[in-house]
Design a protein around this ligand. Structure first.
Ligand SMILES: Cc1ncc(COP(=O)(O)O)c(C=O)c1O
Length: 391
């Protein structure tokens, strides 16, 4: 039986809903900012939610055996990435930002340094600062070959700052970089030699292009697994950001012990519905995800072609994610690209400066473009940016 794709939600429907991406902007603005996709939701997930509702299964969650989210995560990691996390070391949370805050709280002390690559997902920087920890930026470098890390500089920073936690985001937001095995191994060696816990955010792992396969950091064969807390969810690859269900595999025993000692109800509990939706995404929605990747791949190519007509824009084709990180410093709008594109082109991008906020790095000439939309809508976005650049 050939599968048919349900039509993409039309913009009127998206504007009429409650998703921040479309409703927090003016009606004439096309949103290409918040990391949600405009490409619908797997039918299997919708069916599971409907079926749960019809059963009226809205009580407190309970499973006699292993939580199905935890089992689905473990099976998926084994099948997709050759890493089989222990179900007993995996916990369910509501989202990754919660996991980040919990890990900061339980792995570090106020005043400790927390190292992470910048630019980065802005709420992470805000959360570190709010928790009274010190942000230690590890800059990513861009050259003709793409994004890279200077491991010698990392070593120096680790020696000088002695971070109490290292946060790795792989695949990386906003650059779309996938860390190569040799880079991951060098980072793992660094963590091991300084005995630093690592929070590995792998939320974009299923969104890789060109047949690249994600490598879970905890699967590296270098003694690092005992230091790693792996965090992920189905929300990016299956477009379920509002579902509020995520998992953390906690390989670091001191953090695991501290969490075990915390009050049972301290962390909240994702609902039965959100857990079953996550399982339906991970176990039953591969065909939907494959088709969605085809749209994303086509859109990525469209942006790469477009960027070639704008050699003044700094652009590295993302290896994963549906985000393009564009440097406008050599254009006429380099002082505030997102602001000017919003004002004159009525397209909402994510302002570059947010991704290095609270550090002394400056990415204000950048903007992030979310290309997880229909090809037609992407064309309109790019032509609106063209008009702004032509002014
Ligand atoms: C790298 C990364 N981590 C975490 C998040 C947020 O995840 P959550 O909604 O589960 O907090 C995002 C959202 O875009 C992200 O890109």
């Amino acid at each position: 039986m050939t599968e048919t794709r349900t039509p993409f939600p039309d913009p009127a429907r998206l504007r009429d809903g409650h998703g921040a991406k479309w409703t927090a902007v003016d009606d004439d603005v096309i949103p290409a900012w918040v990391a949600d996709m405009d490409l619908g939701v797997p039918e299997q997930v919708k069916n599971k939610i409907e079926c749960t509702l019809r059963r009226g299964d809205l009580g407190y969650p309970f499973w006699r055996a292993v939580d199905p989210v935890v089992q689905a995560f473990s099976d998926r990691m084994r099948d997709q990435y050759g890493w089989e996390p222990e179900t007993g070391d995996t916990r369910v949370f509501s989202d990754l930002i919660q996991i980040l805050q919990v890990v900061i709280e339980y792995a570090t002390q106020p005043g400790d340094a927390v190292a992470l690559h910048v630019p980065t997902y802005p709420p992470f920087l805000a959360a570190i600062e709010r928790a009274g920890r010190r942000i230690i930026p590890l800059p990513l470098d861009r050259d003709d070959n793409g994004w890279s890390i200077d491991i010698e500089r990392h070593r120096q920073i680790f020696r000088d700052e002695r971070p109490g936690l290292f946060i790795l985001v792989n695949p990386h937001n906003p650059t779309g970089k996938i860390f190569r095995r040799d880079e991951l191994t060098a980072l793992a060696d660094l963590a091991v030699s300084h005995n630093v816990p690592v929070l590995s955010d792998e939320i974009h792992a299923d969104l890789t292009f060109d047949g690249r396969r994600h490598i879970p950091f905890a699967s590296l064969d270098s003694g690092v697994a005992d230091l790693v807390i792996t965090a992920t969810s189905a929300t990016k690859a299956f477009n379920l950001a509002g579902i509020r269900c995520a998992v953390a595999h906690i390989g670091h025993s001191a953090v695991a012990d501290a969490l075990d000692r915390a009050p049972l109800d301290f962390f909240g509990t994702p609902s039965i519905m959100s857990r079953l939706a996550t399982v339906a995404a991970w176990r039953e929605s591969a065909a939907w995800q494959r088709r969605t990747m085809e749209v994303l791949e086509r859109n990525r190519r469209r942006i790469t072609d477009w960027a070639q007509t704008h050699p003044e824009i700094g652009y590295v084709e993302p290896e994963a994610t549906y985000l393009s990180w564009l440097d406008f410093s050599e254009t006429t709008i380099g002082r505030d690209p997102a602001g000017i594109i919003l004002e004159k082109g009525r397209v909402q991008l994510s302002p570059g400066e947010d991704f290095t906020q609270l550090t002394d790095l400056d990415t204000s000439s950048y903007a992030r473009l979310n290309f997880a939309t229909t090809p037609d809508n992407l064309d309109t976005v790019l032509s609106r940016i063209d008009k702004v650049l032509d002014c």
